[in-house]
Design a protein around this ligand. Structure first.
Ligand code: CP
Length: 323
């Protein structure tokens, strides 16, 4: 019987669209680009080698929300793959003169766009553009509202796999806690979906009731309100930022109180497995959700996540061009 070729990756809008084989395909490609980075002290070095996978292609970054890591690492990833990269400055674009997102997209297609990497405050914005462009352009969701941030989810799982994966690169044996503002977090939604797809059984979430979404008990996760209980013995702690920009009212009494109950400091970290990894998608708010001694400590892989994010984004962009 002939081996079936994997389905094409036209767009990446949500991790819900990927199966376990898709994850493995992306991770294996990313591992090539990560160039066997050193594991000592949780340092990562990503080779600055140039590849030609996207030679002659144009990647347009359309960020309707601020970004440091995602925008820059997509630009680096596309450049390393030899694409022409254009990052539209939305603040000074004709969006400000009332142009619709679809008219903007049509004009960029007339300029030869092959990829749109889109970040937008509205959930569903990337899907909206993907429905419009069909198979003429690849669309990558770089974060839409509180819905999804698929490449962040991928790079978080890739980081776990890199540092704690078993000999087959599997992470299903790990016990993981996701901490904080789950309600507004597209990152948490992508992480949970990815962890479940990869067979992780022990997924815990913890936060105050005001920051947990309704119905979270049906998401296949263990729900906690007490961080000291939730962190017990875990292999990885996935911290989240308080997403103030998405809060319609004050949902925590004060940052000081929030840190007291849900902040990660060295004392609390001792309750986890001694080799537990600390992850955070960034930007971090020191003293609000995480203490500097932990963010900069030996168990932190926060900067390794950023470096591995380049390899993940190179993997996604390069697999799309093969579809
Ligand atoms: N993690 C993340 O999305 O960071 P940026 O907002 O800086 O892109």
């Amino acid at each position: 019987m002939l081996a079936q070729s994997p389905p094409p990756l036209q767009h990446l809008l949500s991790l819900q669209d990927l199966n376990q084989a898709d994850f493995q395909r992306i991770f294996e490609r990313a591992a090539l680009f990560a160039d066997d980075p050193a594991k000592a002290n949780h340092q990562i070095s990503i080779a600055k080698k140039k590849y030609t996978n996207l030679k002659g292609r144009s990647v347009f970054n359309l960020f309707f929300e601020p970004s440091t890591r995602t925008l820059t690492t997509f630009a680096i990833a596309a450049t390393r793959l030899s694409a022409d990269v254009h990052s539209l400055n939305i603040a000074t674009s004709s969006q400000n003169k009332g142009e619709s997102i679809l008219d903007t997209v049509s004009n960029l297609m007339a300029m030869g766009a092959d990829y749109f990497v889109i970040r937008h405050p509205q959930s569903g914005a990337a899907q909206f553009v993907a429905d419009y462009v069909g198979n003429r352009v690849h669309v990558v969701n770089a974060g839409d509202g509180r819905h999804a941030h698929p490449t962040q989810g991928l790079l978080d799982l890739f980081t776990l796999r890199h540092f704690r994966g078993d000999s087959k690169g599997e992470i299903s044996h790990l016990s993981v806690v996701i901490v904080g503002d789950i309600l507004h977090s597209r990152v948490a939604r992508s992480q949970i979906w990815g962890l479940k797809t990869l067979g992780v059984q022990d997924i815990r979430v913890v936060g105050p009731a005001t920051l947990l979404p309704e119905g979270i008990h049906e998401w296949g996760v263990k729900v906690f309100h007490d961080f000291d209980l939730a962190i017990n013995g875990v292999d990885a702690i996935l911290m989240l930022r308080l997403q103030n920009e998405r809060m319609e009212r004050n949902l925590v009494p004060s940052f000081r109180e929030y840190f007291h109950y849900y902040g990660l400091d060295e004392m609390r970290l001792k309750r986890a497995h001694p080799k537990a990894l600390v992850l955070h998608p960034g930007p971090i708010n020191r003293g609000v959700e995480i203490d500097s001694s932990v963010a900069d400590g030996t168990q932190s892989v926060i900067l390794a996540q950023v470096s591995l994010g380049i390899a993940i984004r190179m993997a996604v962009l390069s697999l799309m061009v093969e579809s």
